[in-house]
Ligand binder design. Structure first.
Ligand code: SAH
Length: 247
């Protein structure tokens, strides 16, 4: 009834008919795209409220970055439904994107801001690197698996991050060309702290690194460089994928 009326009314304005027909075709598609986007934004807000703020993360830049970075675009398509869940997820090649809380915890520790240069070892999906970059920090991230390095690079370019560089190399050696770094975040568990990373830490800089065997619970450690001294402390038990060495 209503549509008959619309069509009749439009007879007087024939130029409107193609536009009307086009809007009928486009609007359902447009509607679905929009509501999926809204759905992810709601899930991300809930993730930040329930997993990040409720567990004590206070740093405003960290919270803002976790709200801004679309985590669902960093996971394989069969994992999108779980992207905002409270756990790590597989990203291929036996690797994982870390649990959101761990990403927030490590980010808050290094207090990123636009004046800081930060090295990440273990780019993986590129999510932690994107969170750091979303604070305005200059981010340098090294990934040992070539396929992961190139897919993360592509994803981060597509998402528009400019203050971020990715290198496919063994992160044991850091990224000497851009050292020293105000902070270093390592996202794979090493048996011991690689000496080149300690050397590339700036005076007053901070490293966060999981240390221990890949088969047991590891310890997340914080290393502060003061002059030529290093102070270390154990933060909490964690479980990360192993630090690999390139052949
Ligand atoms: N930060 C990632 C989590 C990645 S899991 C994210 O946000 O998705 C750990 C990553 O460290 C894996 O991709 C693994 O390939 C990488 N890795 C392990 N050993 C490495 C090394 N020696 N140098 C660089 N990357 C390494």
């Amino acid at each position: 009834m209503t549509s008959n009326f619309v069509v009749l009314a439009m007879r007087k304005h024939w130029c409107c008919v193609p536009l009307f027909a086009l809007s009928l075709i486009i609007s359902p598609v447009y509607h679905v795209v929009l509501s999926q986007d809204d759905q992810r934004t709601i899930e991300r807000r809930a993730m930040v409220d329930e997993q990040i703020i409720a567990r004590g993360i206070k740093d405003k830049a960290t919270i803002k970055a976790l709200l801004a970075v679309p985590r669902h675009q960093f996971v394989p398509s069969n994992q999108i439904a779980y992207a905002y869940n409270d756990r790590p997820l597989p990203i291929g090649f036996g690797q994982t994107i870390s649990q959101p809380y761990i990403v927030a915890y490590m980010t808050e520790l290094v207090a990123p801001n636009p004046r800081k240069k930060i090295l990440e070892v273990g780019t993986g999906s590129g999510y932690q690197a994107a969170v750091l970059a979303a604070t305005g920090a200059q981010v340098f991230s090294v990934e040992v698996i070539p396929e992961l390095a190139s897919s993360a690079r592509q994803r981060l370019i597509q998402l528009g991050y400019k203050n971020l560089k990715i290198l496919n190399a063994d992160g044991y050696f850091g990224w000497p060309e851009f050292a020293p770094f105000d902070a270093i975040i390592v996202t794979a568990a090493a048996a011991s702290i690689p000496p080149p990373l300690l050397e590339q830490l700036a005076d007053g800089g901070k490293m966060v690194i999981p240390v221990g065997s890949p088969f047991f619970v590891q310890t997340l450690m914080q290393i502060d460089k003061k002059g030529d001294q290093f102070e270390s402390k154990n933060l909490m038990p964690v479980r990360f994928v192993p630090f690999r060495r390139s052949e």
